[in-house]
Design a protein around this ligand. Structure first.
Ligand SMILES: CN(C(=O)[C@H](Cc1cnc[nH]1)NC(=O)OCc1ccccc1)[C@@H](Cc1ccccc1)C(=O)N[C@@H](Cc1ccc(O)cc1)C(=O)NO
Ligand SMILES: [Zn+2]
Length: 314
């Protein structure tokens, strides 16, 4: 089994950033801001962020900001949403360009999406989901504006989504899913509220996600998928139970999902690669301290040196 093809993955990411009209670019067209965050964070984890034109990326990101409400859209001319606003702020943090933001305007947009019950809507249309609680809390924390929301009510809503199996769903009564668990555990970690989590019960549910092939799935009986290397692993690390899974087998599963010729990582062996799974595969390896990769922060989903620069800047 060979190692991680760093060079090939960096070239794959840069090639996708350049192509704007092929199928993959069209599929993710409406969530291009997410795609940019996945691609740029992967390059930074591979120590290859020097390969990109920072000014070009920053001006494109800023063109996606809705000048009236302050929120960011997934691409030029699309509607603003929390899912893309968090990605935009993460990209600017990664490139050390948070200075281009009107911090009050963006944080007012995010804080304005909190509901009476402490939950968050993704945008003006009102859909409530713990995904959006994470986006809001992570974004406001990076901007240093958590004081603009009712953190206690936000935490109470997340706790109201905790299930008997120790996991979390998208809304109260929603079934446990690894993606939702990452959002809830990440938001609780950022707000210093992890005492609400039953670490052994949730740790058990999460380590049960490891399949025979070493990969992790998102729910019982599902197939392993590289992106769950992030959702499950980051949650296990945040609750200090990562030693309950076999890291060697998971590492081999991820490496086995690489396209060794053209670069990129797929969701499972021999499937088509994409930017999303390339990012979550490299991020998963980073969480397992794979040699040569930068370390990623499990709660902020940004390299640790980027998080430190934000919180410890004099
Ligand atoms: C919208 N989305 C998903 O629904 C992926 C689809 C998938 C990939 N592998 C298995 N399914 N699922 C996903 O991200 O699930 C993780 C998750 C679920 C619920 C809450 C939070 C995370 C992916 C994009 C995608 C679509 C189709 C194929 C590959 C990637 C996505 O943008 N995920 C977001 C999180 C998310 C998840 C679900 C949403 O409805 C919206 C956003 C993300 O990771 N941002 O950094
Ligand atoms: Zn996946």
């Amino acid at each position: 089994m060979g190692g991680l093809e760093e060079e090939k993955h960096a070239r794959y990411i840069v090639s996708v950033e350049k192509k704007k009209d092929d199928f993959e670019a069209l599929v993710i067209e409406h969530l291009r801001m997410n795609g940019a965050y996945w691609g740029l964070t992967t390059l930074d984890l591979l120590n290859k962020i020097g390969a990109i034109d920072v000014d070009a990326v920053v001006s494109w990101v800023m063109e996606c900001q809705d000048k009236d409400c302050g929120g960011f859209a997934g691409n030029l001319g699309h509607d603003p949403h929390l899912l893309y606003t968090i990605s935009a702020v993460q990209i600017l943090a990664l490139l050390d360009r948070l200075d281009v933001l009107d911090i009050e305007k963006v944080s007012d947009y995010v804080a304005g999406l909190q509901n009476e019950d402490g939950s968050f809507s993704g945008d003006m249309w009102g859909e409530i989901d713990t995904r959006f609680s994470y986006c809001a809390i992570c974004c406001l924390s990076l901007l240093g504006r958590l004081s603009k929301i009712n953190v206690e009510k936000a935490v109470n809503f997340i706790v109201s989504c905790k299930n008997l199996d120790g996991g979390f769903g998208s809304i109260p009564g929603g079934e446990s899913h690894a993606g939702q668990i990452f959002c809830c555990v990440g938001a609780l970690a950022i707000t210093g509220s992890l005492h609400h989590v039953d670490r052994d019960l949730l740790g058990w549910w999460l380590c049960e996600r490891q399949c025979k092939d070493g990969g992790l799935n998102g729910r019982p009986e599902k197939l392993a998928d590289v992106c769950y290397s992030w959702w499950v692993l980051s949650s296990l690390i945040m609750i200090d139970r990562v030693h309950w899974i076999d890291k060697e087998k998971l590492t081999r599963f991820i490496l086995n999902c690489q396209d060794k010729d053209n670069g990129g990582i797929s969701d499972r062996p021999d499937n088509a690669v994409d930017v999303f799974h390339t990012y979550f595969g490299v991020a998963g390896l980073s969480l397992m301290e794979y040699p040569g990769l930068k370390t990623i922060d499990p709660a902020y989903a940004l390299p640790v040196d980027v998080v430190n620069r934000i919180f410890f800047r004099k």
